[in-house]
Design a binder for this molecule. Sequence first.
Ligand code: RTP
Ligand code: MG
Length: 139
Amino acid sequence: MAGNRTFTMIKPDAVRAGNIGGILAMMNDAGFRIVSMKLTKLSAEKAGEFYEVHKERPFYGELVEFMSSGPIVAAILEKDNAVEDFRKLIGATNPAEAAPGTIRAKYATSIGENAVHGADSDENAAREGSFHFAATEMF
Ligand code: RTP
Ligand code: MG
């Protein structure tokens, strides 16, 4: 049965550290199917637009700089209850608080450089997926 969809990015820290394969394996093992995927790089302008919701937060400038600092893997994933289950798989924003067995517990190095992004609602998952992929790139 086709499930619903979430959107993720493997962030520049994890790409730089050579962790794309390890992170994709954890997503695969947790039952997520790849709908769309690419290695790409966000300009500062695009990163700012993507994280616009955080514009007033004190870490916004740092976040935009970090997210545009190197290549990322962007992907749409499918699974039953995708958004909620994926947030569980990635763990808390701060790796010090991320549960054992989560992607951030294993691969994140700080609250800012935390290896992966996961959409936080069905609506945002759809918006973020369309930000990165055309309908013809969703399978
Ligand atoms: P994400 O959107 O990337 O999946 O992360 P999240 O929901 O767990 O956390 P969110 O509150 O949406 O924050 C987005 C990203 O901003 C960076 N951040 N830095 N320095 C800080 O205090 C701080 N707080 C958040 C992180 O990269 C976080 O994932
Ligand atoms: Mg978030």
